[in-house]
Design a protein around this ligand. Structure first.
Ligand SMILES: *Cc1c(COP(=O)(O)O)cnc(C)c1O
Length: 372
């Protein structure tokens, strides 16, 4: 008997469906599909190769961009934090990588470089998030300097990033959009502002390029209060994390389970042990009661999350068997809910998936004749 250990099932059909949802919401925008952090844990190359309709890909590190080129991706690639050292510029030019520019050091490095071809640049403006970007007062001089640099290609994209787009009632967003409009209004360049939350909730932020990350993977970018959003938008989870039951035992009222004897049974029950733990990326801070899906029903996590295992309360009448498949998040069990049980966000859970987790890709079948 081979028991399944932690396995991320990746549904390409769901990815393509989510991309179509984004296109339907933003029919007039190009899509910069965001693949940083290993495609939000789904596999960098795997996700890029499954999205031939994306207009460009966004990554955070030069290594991620080179990995995409190495697997044959010819679409534009944008470095979302720009380059980190002047030596990087030659690599950008040779591999046709586009860069964000957000500070004076980058501008100076571009102006003093000798490059095989001019760089395609996205100029990032700080409209209120105060993380990356040139300030509103510096913007015009940066724009002029880049426009007149021999090392910068024509058609600079003007961009900014929203701090609070996931809160539908937060006034910061309209203030950021307004400032972005005031600063860029006179420039006939492409513009970009919207991440997933802004695509979902702020239509006047869409501009020429949208930058979806989380929603591509079928996860709601909105605050937990808007939990209904994914179904509303018909987003489908691309990843379903599975494992299996590897032990089942009965315990009596008063007996405890796991490290620190942190959970105690109030009545006779059946404990299931599942082969997944924080060593796979299951969040260690998932609290007692975090749901796990087994044989079509939800059962609660009990006791501390271990490195390689978790324990659940199957109930006294359990008929579950060793080897039964368990779903930790994904289809039928939203990762948004698991994140909230672990006082974190879905982004962090996805990024924390470790190397030993197996991957099982369900390929998108073109012209499939499956009937509903
Ligand atoms: C990560 C990132 C995005 C995507 O954010 P999501 O919330 O995942 O949609 C968009 N733009 C920039 C600049 C980013 O760094």
């Amino acid at each position: 008997m081979t028991l399944r250990t932690a396995t991320a099932v990746i549904n390409q059909q769901a990815l393509i469906q989510n991309f179509a949802v984004i296109k339907a919401i933003t029919p007039n925008s190009k899509v910069l599909a965001i693949l940083k952090a290993n495609g939000y844990g789904h596999g960098l190359e795997r996700i890029a190769l499954a999205l031939p309709e994306a207009d460009a890909f966004g990554v955070a590190r030069i290594e991620e961009a080179l990995a995409l080129r190495a697997c044959g991706i010819v679409a534009p690639i944008v470095l979302l934090e720009g380059f980190f050292a002047p030596e990087d510029l030659a690599i950008l030019a040779v591999n046709d990588l586009q860069t964000i520019v957000h500070n004076q050091q980058q501008l100076d490095a571009i102006n003093s470089a000798t490059l095989s071809s001019p760089l395609k640049v996205w100029l990032k403006i700080d409209t209120g998030m105060h993380r990356l970007g040139v300030s509103a007062s510096e913007f015009e001089s940066f724009y002029q300097a880049l426009s007149s640099s021999k090392n910068v290609a024509k058609n600079i994209v003007l961009m900014s990033h929203l701090a609070c787009a996931d809160e539908p009632n937060n006034h910061n967003t309209q203030a950021q959009i307004a400032l972005f409009n005031v600063l860029t209004k006179e420039h006939h360049e492409m513009k970009s502002l919207a991440n997933s939350a802004a695509i979902t909730a702020w239509p006047n932020s869409h501009f020429d390029w949208v930058r979806p990350g989380l929603m591509l993977y079928g996860v709601s970018p909105m605050q937990p209060a808007q939990k209904a959003m994914p179904s509303l938008l018909n987003l489908q989870p691309v990843m379903t994390m599975q494992s299996s039951l590897i032990a089942i035992r009965e315990i009596e009222a008063g007996e405890t389970v796991g490290y620190g004897a942190a959970w105690q049974a109030t009545q006779k029950t059946t404990i299931g042990v599942i082969a997944i733990g924080y060593g796979d990326g299951y969040p260690r801070h998932a609290q007692n009661g975090t749901p796990v899906l087994i044989n079509g029903r939800r059962v609660p996590l009990v006791g501390r999350v271990s490195m390689d295992m978790i324990t659940v309360d199957l109930g006294e009448q359990s008929t579950d068997s060793i080897g039964d498949i368990v779903i930790l998040w994904g289809e039928g069990l939203p990762i948004e809910e698991i994140a909230s049980c672990a006082t974190t966000i879905p982004y962090e859970i996805l990024c924390n998936i470790t190397r030993r987790v197996k991957v099982n890709v369900i390929e998108h079948v073109i012209n499939s004749s499956v009937q509903n």
